[in-house]
Every structure is written in structure tokens, then in C-alpha cells.
Design a protein around this ligand. Sequence first.
Ligand code: MTE
Length: 331
Amino acid sequence: MLIQTGRDGLSQPGASEITPRAVYDNRRNVLKLMAGGLAGPMLAAWAARDALAQVARPGKLAALASTRSAVAGAATMEKLTDYKDATSYNNFYEFGTDKADPANNAHSLKTSPWTVEVEGLVRKPARYALEDLLKLSAQEDRIYRLRCVEGWSMVIPWVGYSLARLIEKVEPLGNAKFVEFISQADPRTMPFVGSRVLDWPYVEALRLDEAMHPLTLLAFGMYGEVLPNQNGAPLRLVVPWKYGFKSGKSLVRIRFTDREPRTAWNKAAASEYGFYSNVNPEVDHPRWSQATERRIGEDGLFAKKRKTLMFNGYEAQVGQLYAGMDLKKNF
Ligand code: MTE
């Protein structure tokens, strides 16, 4: 990981500022090919390395050693969201409903000791200490777009490994069809747990094949360091082709089931938050259009909105998971 700093003191200069135009355009063309699924994993790895050249450690928290990811679609050439924005504009309702609340209040979260219970329809249920989970597989750098259902997005360099590595260890039984992700809900350290905004704990869930998809990331860090509390320390999920609320923070329990679980947001407003919640510019939320998005950090008076991409730009990787499904009904 490079630690050279750029104009803002945090990140390196964007590729367009340091690279001759022709070279830059050529890279963009290769990336277009990749997005269309026409180029192979070698190119994906190359792009990951190139994009990671943007990442500089903010130097705020403990460093988390990591290696380059070979997962196709794990990198993007888009400018990274500034660490300051990614850590001060958050949704973490256990700490309040304003975007600034998590950064202001989450210092009370106690992240050590931390254990994660893996249970339900598995041959080898287990209680993992965080230290053991950290060592279970090599930590990789993954740059993902995060698209919130409220209409904003960020580009974040996460550190973690595919959730599939953990799922393989516990050996799901043949009747396991879904995976439930349960967040910490401790009223002593999380001031909004107990408020009526959601039915606590925060619960999210995926189909087993979605949970096993290589893009589904168990994240322990971001920007080369351990996760800040407001971003879901000490571990969270990141499911980049779904709206951000599917990515549960501060997980304490992972449960394998045979029935589709009820999720916290689905219980709160079933007509607004479906089980799948795949990013889809053609299916609007009842209160918000999903056709465009505002990239955090680009919110000047004349900033253009960006077109939202099907499956948040990961269609080539995940589209086949939904073959034959009516995505309007299964929103
Ligand atoms: N997880 C928990 N436990 N509680 C929450 O309120 N908010 C979700 C998701 N995970 C949330 C959560 C929503 S709505 C979004 S958009 C993302 O976290 C935001 O992640 P970020 O703050 O790291 O950008």
C-alpha cells in the first residue's frame, strides 16, 4: 500500500492528474471491456493494483495488512471518497438517525473482546473470537461502490475477505437456504437501541448463493486500517450490488436458515424495503427515484448527478443469480 499523499493530504492524485492523456484513455477503454465481462481476471488484478495506487493510509487507526484482490469487479478507477466523508456521513441507527450521529456517538461502542456466533443449519457451528476470524483467510483490498437507497453513493477501499471463506468452514447443511446477519444491540453502549425507529437488533439476510458469491465481503477495515466504529467495527458485511442497508454493521451472529428471514427494514416498512434490494435504476423506491445518484464529495452547486448502474455496476458478476426472476416483484 502506497503512503504518498496528494493535494488533499490523504489520497494520491487521481490517475488523470499524473498520467499522460493517451495512457489514461487507454486504461479507461480496457476498464470498459472489463465491465462488459470481456477481459479476464489478469486484467482485473491489474486494474485493482492501479486503483489501489490512490489509497493512502489516513493514519488514524491501526493498520491492517492486506494483499491485492484477484476478485474480478473488486476494483474501480473512480476517485475514492475522502476518508473524512466516508467516516462522518453515516447510517448507523443504533447511534442516532442523523448522518453525523454515528461519528459523534459511536466512540462508546466496545469492540474488544468481540465474538461472532455462527449457528443454525450448519455441520460445524462455532463461536469465533475476532482474532481468529481475522486470521481465517488473507485480508484483501477491495474497492467497491456503495449505493444507499436514499440516493447517494461513495467509493470505498475495504479490507476483508470473501464471506464464502467462513461459510466453507462451518459447512452449511443441505437444507440451509438463507443466511441471517445480526448486529450488536447493546443499549448500554448504543444510545438509540431501544428507540422505536427499528425493531432491534438490526437484522439483514441473503440467500445462501448470494452470501457465497465471491464479491460478498466480510470487511474488517477500510483505507488500509481497521474499521472506525461508525462504519461498523470490528466487522461488517459489504454486498456491493445491493443497497447499503443490506450490509449489516458490527455483526455478532450469523445464522443459517431454511426460511427467508424477516429483516429489520422489511419489518419497519415492507412496501419500501424488499428482501432482495438489488440496486436497480428501473425500480423506484416509493419515495425516491433510483435512476440517478449523488456521489458524496461531489455536492457543489453545479455537481452533476450520476446515472445509477444496474446491480450498481456489478451486473456481469451477479446478474446470473437472478436469471428468470421478476425484479419488479422481487425488489
Ligand atoms: N447496520 C446497522 N447495524 N445499523 C444501521 O443502521 N445502516 C445501513 C448499513 N448497515 C445500518 C447498518 C445503511 S442504511 C447503510 S447505507 C450502510 O450501513 C452505511 O454504511 P457506511 O456508514 O459505512 O457508509
